[in-house]
Design a protein around this ligand. Structure first.
Ligand code: 5AD
Ligand code: SF4
Length: 472
């Protein structure tokens, strides 16, 4: 097994995508056994876990939320930052302990970390109690690996991707909202990011396959789909430009699915036509996650983001002007190697101009094998932490101000469930993707209701159901 180097991976972006069908022919020999599945990281991983859960249930396992009760542990891991690694290895310590008491316990590690050669070496050398390691390109091999259980460590990770699987079945977390993969991998190679190495080159699913998945979900009663990709605006670019993300959005909107969302956008590929399409269709939600990463042209260039501060601001303005009531959130990295105070002030300047609805903020974490990890960095960690605090303060201030402006307004909310802390309340998301807790009946779960916002905080809203508001 070896991981692709940058040059090899770039070359492969020209190759053709091969479509494969997943076979579902395994026996349910594990009836009565329990599995414990822990997922780290992004929505992509959470959706992969829905695929994993389906395989495990077809094998006969039932889920437990208590590690100690399990016969099989599956960790679906994330590699985006160092602390994600640390969490997984910390958790493996607990599993090792449990295996001493339960020697038949099966431990499987999958996800992005499994695609890193250094992690595989570490598991081989220091964690022999891990039974199975599988990667992001061969999730469908997991049932076979569990059935074979060779009583020795099995590592099956593909370093060469290229396949798009169709016909995948999921055991979905929700009966109301669903994730739909539109593409896998990423060709952007931002210099700090490990994703193009762990998830491979960009492979778009065919438009017809995506639309028929959405139609099927609609028939099953789903109210919302979120189209998933590392870089959704580049959708279709690897399919010899037959269609692009705008075409896909249009086709998905025409299925009549009540709510359509998509993540994550990249400013580079965001065209005016895409903005117009989002504005045109009422069932495409007015919410865009548009990572900024940095406001400094120098840092953006070093990051390989391929846009300038001015270009980002121009795009931001266009989106705000053309999509009524749109909410825009972002991702920001502080402390990229040698980021100066003046670079950081450029980032704060963009935050002050855009006044994002919310932002995920991170301290730069060097990832082995990425170009940025080779840059010698002179900025001390304390300075980076201090910048993060200043940034968070500003970001939270704007989140609160944006939310406060909504007080007294009536907004459509898709109700998702009961509030976990207060059983008299239900919760859902506004069209603009804001979490809202509502005084209302559980009968509204799964429905889109108009809600009057009574109170606003930085990270959530409170509301009451507006009169005569219940849709279908
Ligand atoms: N260090 C810190 N943050 C990172 N991200 C991606 N790679 C790194 C890294 N090496 C952040 C980016 C991205 C989000 C998902 O994670 O902001 O948009
Ligand atoms: Fe990573 Fe996103 Fe850049 Fe792709 S576009 S390399 S996933 S940060």
């Amino acid at each position: 097994m070896h991981l692709p180097d940058l040059k090899e991976a770039r070359k492969r972006t020209k190759e053709k995508v091969i479509e494969k069908k997943v076979e579902y022919t395994f026996p349910n020999v594990f009836v009565g056994k329990k599995y414990f599945l822990r997922t780290y990281g992004c929505q992509m991983n959470m959706h992969d876990s829905e695929e994993i859960r389906n395989y495990l249930e077809l094998l006969g396992f039932t889920e437990t939320l208590v590690l100690e009760e399990s016969d099989l542990v599956v960790l679906n891991t994330c590699a985006i930052r160092e602390n994600a690694h640390d969490k997984v290895f910390g958790y493996l310590g607990r599993c090792k302990h449990l295996k001493r008491e339960k020697p038949d316990l099966l431990i499987a590690v999958g996800g992005c970390m499994s695609q890193e050669e250094s992690v595989i070496l570490e598991i081989k050398e220091k964690h022999p109690y891990v039974d199975i390691v599988f990667g992001t390109h061969n999730i469908s091999d997991l049932p076979r690996l569990i059935l074979e259980n060779k009583k020795k460590q099995e590592i099956e990770v593909y370093s060469i991707e290229g396949d798009v699987y169709e016909g995948i079945e999921y055991s979905r977390d929700s009966k109301i909202t669903a994730w739909v993969n539109i593409m896998y991998g990423c060709d952007k190679f931002c210099t700090y990011c490990i994703v193009p190495y762990t998830r491979g080159k960009q492979r778009s699913r065919k438009l017809e396959a995506i639309v028929s998945e959405v139609e099927e979900l609609k028939q099953k009663g789903y109210k919302e789909v979120t189209l998933l990709g590392q870089n959704v605006n580049a959708y279709g670019k690897d399919l010899t430009f037959v269609y692009d993300f705008k075409d896909l959005l249009e086709c998905v909107a025409k299925t009549g699915m009540e709510r359509i969302r998509f993540v994550t956008s990249h400013p580079w590929d965001f065209t005016e036509e895409m903005i117009d399409t989002i504005a045109t269709y009422e069932n495409i939600m007015p919410y865009i996650h548009l990572p900024l990463q940095s406001g400094s042209d120098k840092v953006l260039k070093q990051m390989g983001r391929r846009y300038t501060k001015r270009e980002y601001l121009t795009l931001f303005q266009k989106i705000k002007e053309r999509i009524p009531n749109v909410s825009i959130t972002t991702d920001i990295i502080v402390g990229f190697p040698n980021e100066t105070e003046s670079d950081f002030l450029d980032t704060l300047d963009v935050v002050n101009t855009c006044q994002f609805d919310s932002a995920f903020t991170f301290i730069y974490s060097p990832r082995e094998g990425t170009p940025a990890s080779l840059i010698e960095d002179t900025i001390p960690m304390e300075e980076k932490e201090e910048r993060l605090q200043r940034l968070n303060q500003l970001v939270n201030q704007y989140s609160l101000e944006n939310n406060k402006r909504l007080e007294g307004k009536v907004v459509p909310v898709l109700v998702l469930g009961e509030n976990s802390k207060d059983k008299n309340k239900i919760y859902g998301y506004t069209d603009t993707m804001k979490l809202i807790n509502i005084n209302g009946s559980k009968d509204l779960i799964g429905k889109i209701v108009n809600v009057e916002i009574t109170d606003a905080k930085s990270f959530s809203l409170d509301g009451v159901v507006a009169k005569e508001s219940v849709g279908n």
